[in-house]
Design a protein around this ligand. Structure first.
Ligand code: CA
Length: 534
């Protein structure tokens, strides 16, 4: 891995982005629909909410005076959990065979965000949350798979949220799945985290070489298996600390052994919480579950524990229980009122793996630009600081970057030499009846600029054909639209079934202008190519 900054200027790509948007019915670079205001050329424009910003700033200052230190921050990220898998405002839970009483309790005592957006797949979402930047800007445009080689280290020119928080005195920990690079210089403890315990890849990548029922052609063929092991990367659980050599703490040896991994990881996080609560430093812990990504293998304790008895559902019940235990550790340490907790999923359900997959009420699933791919559960929980309620206003998981940095008092440390797509939403979360500052959500799939949502309207600049409704990744294609881009009103058509195009939508030109303005940001801040598929 070289140290040079991967500053490859993909001018032809930028041109094609602009060319795509030029086909849209656009007459100006400003939109009549947007309330967002740009405050600088490298920050995503936001809806001004001066009054609530003032309230939130005061609330955080008063808390710091009371507690004597900055708030702790805990992200709980489930892998591939569907919007409709959990109860409360999200509509799932017990009546679809997997009760989630712990998550539901946090939702009812916290803020349920029913318009939370991720990227369509794992690596893009996780890197976007860590950097506040779209995958197209960091180069992490799709999941890194076994055998992938990268031409550049994307982290060499990125500042992770952990790095920024470490620099202002936080102890930072990543537990569980990383999946944003395992080569030297790309590991969590090398990009800002003080400590890391977990895995570099997704669940399936770790256990496929042991799973003969699903992969007999690999597992039962010695010659192929030997070749596979040479390219399959790191499959064990590692521990790493900043500046130190990493070590294997739990070797991956089989399905039953691996099934216990999330328990080990939860124990690690719970121990960290109780130890760090006693120290002088505030902490930031990103706890990323290995579950419920396919292939799901329930642990001994949870096998058959869901009403449905399916492995996926047992694992939903398990994740729910582990979230309950982790939050209980926060409560037991007496720091719940000084800890901001956010629970979410990194993308929609992987319907390709059905029935080893979650549920979404929306169209499509993981890997698509439809709501099913990118609309995920979002719950903000902070007793005494965040009022219990539900909001359907827009929240992008990239906003967690800016929000976390602001809660940590480090907003001035956000780099200004690159475009930041996240928005500080702390006043949305922290004020009673706070409103979102996000006006637009941009949907990218690899290098394709697919869609923009503004308020309840969504315009697809490229269309996606799902040739089989359950094979959203393996049997789908992308094509251009006909005479009109596809436009949906998500309030009256949440499943994106009937595009209204120019007929029933007065805002088509404005939506086109939104797309064009976004594409133009790549002209001044060109995309980064790290060899993942340009
Ligand atoms: Ca995922």
């Amino acid at each position: 891995m070289t140290k040079k900054h991967p500053r490859l200027l993909i001018s032809s790509l930028t041109m094609s982005l602009l060319a795509v948007s030029s086909f849209l019915p656009v007459f100006a670079n400003t939109s009549g629909l947007s309330r967002a205001v740009a405050t600088s050329d490298h920050m995503q424009p936001a809806i001004p909410r001066a009054a609530q910003d003032k309230v939130a700033t005061k609330k955080l200052a008063q808390l710091k005076n009371r507690k004597g230190k900055r708030p702790n921050i805990l992200w709980l990220v489930v892998d591939d959990l569907g919007f409709g898998d959990i109860g409360g405002a999200f509509g799932g839970g017990a009546h679809i065979g997997a009760a989630t009483p712990n998550i539901d309790r946090l939702a009812s005592k916290g803020l349920s965000l029913t318009s939370t957006y991720s990227q369509p797949t794992c690596t893009p979402t996780r890197s976007a949350m860590m950097t506040g930047r779209l995958p197209m800007r960091t180069g992490l445009i799709r999941p890194i798979l076994a055998g992938d080689t990268l031409t550049n280290n994307p982290w060499a020119s990125e500042d992770s949220v952990a790095k920024i928080l470490s620099n202002v005195g936080y102890h930072t920990v990543l537990t569980g799945k990383w999946h944003t690079g395992e080569l030297k210089g790309m590991r969590p403890h090398q990009v800002g985290f003080d400590e890391f315990q977990g895995y570099y890849a997704s669940q399936k990548e770790l256990t496929q070489q042991f799973d003969y029922r699903r992969y007999p052609d690999l597992v039962l063929d010695e010659e192929k298996l030997a070749r596979f092991k040479k390219v399959s990367g790191k499959i064990d659980m590692y521990y790493g600390a900043k500046g130190k050599k990493e070590k294997v703490v739990d070797k991956t040896t089989g399905l039953d052994q691996f099934a216990e991994a999330d328990h080990i990881l939860a124990d690690f996080t719970m121990n960290k919480i109780s130890t760090l609560a006693k120290g002088d430093k505030p902490f930031f812990i990103a706890h990323n579950f290995m579950r419920v990504h396919a292939d799901n293998h329930p642990s001994k304790e949870f096998k058959g524990k869901s009403a449905s008895k399916y492995p996926y559902k047992d694992n939903v019940v398990e994740v729910d229980a582990l979230i309950g235990r982790i939050v209980q550790a926060v409560e037991k340490a007496g720091i719940a009122d000084n800890t901001f907790i956010f629970i979410t999923s990194d993308n929609g359900p992987q319907r390709d793996a059905w029935p080893d997959a979650g549920y979404t009420p929306f169209r499509g699933g993981k890997g698509t630009s439809f709501e099913g791919g990118i609309r995920v559960p979002g719950i903000a929980y902070w007793p005494g600081m965040i009022a219990p309620r539900t909001s359907a206003e827009l929240f992008d998981l990239m906003d967690l970057f800016n929000t976390t940095v602001n809660i940590a008092g480090a907003t001035n440390n956000i780099p200004s030499d690159r475009y930041i797509d996240g928005i500080d939403q702390s006043s949305f979360l922290l004020t009673d009846n706070g409103q979102s500052k996000r006006e637009q959500v941009y949907v990218w799939l690899n290098t394709n600029f697919m869609a923009v949502r503004v308020r309840e309207y969504k315009i697809h600049m490229k269309t996606m054909q799902l040739h089989n409704s359950f094979q959203n990744i393996d049997y789908a294609s992308i094509s251009d639209f006909g005479l009109s881009p596809w436009v949906f009103n998500l309030f009256v058509d949440p499943k994106e079934e009937l595009p209204v195009g120019h007929r029933m939508n007065p805002w088509v030109a404005s939506l086109g202008a939104e797309a064009k303005a976004h594409a133009a940001t790549f002209k001044k801040f060109p995309p980064k190519n790290i060899g993942l598929g340009f």
